[in-house]
Design a protein around this ligand. Structure first.
Ligand SMILES: [Cu+2]
Length: 178
């Protein structure tokens, strides 16, 4: 069905509204923070979710996440804010290479700046410690910038001591194009 002229006239100005803060425009864009706000949902929903929970007991449907990626002077800072999740709890959080999927393993291995390096800051890792109300914040800064199109998710691990890197330990996943 074609849009009525009135509807079209309304849509065009809305589409042109700036969605970034004024400072994010123009040449300054590469240093602007990138923000992903999402609510965790099931992986097999009718509308593909940007944030998927694999463990609703720890990360309930509807709980919230904000991931902020900031770059400055060759450094990258990744911040994670959680609300409405289990607490108090410690969620190890890492940047992974793959996108999120119904299979927790879809997010793939950790992104590494230098493949195979054991350097402490070779990966983006942090631990989000939530309060009794299920809110928590953490951030990590590394002295490099992501290679384009090689890091696609932030994974929240359940923090199960027996399996820190098993797919079963992946409690939730957020799609972020770092
Ligand atoms: Cu991980």
């Amino acid at each position: 069905m074609p849009l009525s002229p009135a509807t079209g006239a309304l849509l065009v100005p809305l589409a042109l509204l700036p969605i970034s803060p004024p400072g994010a425009e123009g040449p300054a864009a590469p240093t602007a923070d990138r923000v992903v706000d999402a609510r965790f949902d099931r992986a097999d929903g009718f509308v593909p979710a940007r944030a998927i929970t694999h463990a609703p007991d720890l990360v309930p449907y509807g709980s919230q996440v904000r991931v902020t990626v900031g770059r400055a002077a060759g450094h990258t800072t990744v911040s994670v804010e959680l609300a409405g999740v289990a607490g108090p709890h410690e969620f190890p959080a890492h940047v992974h290479t793959g996108g999120c999927g119904a299979d927790p393993a879809a997010s793939g291995p950790h992104y590494q700046q230098v493949a195979g390096s054991e350097a402490a800051d070779n990966e983006v890792r942090m631990t989000v410690r939530t309060d009794p109300g299920g809110a928590g914040v953490a951030s990590a800064t590394v002295p490099w910038e992501f290679r384009p199109d090689e890091a696609h998710s932030l994974v929240l691990h359940a923090g199960i001591p027996a399996g820190p890197h098993a797919a079963a330990d992946r409690a939730a996943c957020v799609d972020v194009d770092f």
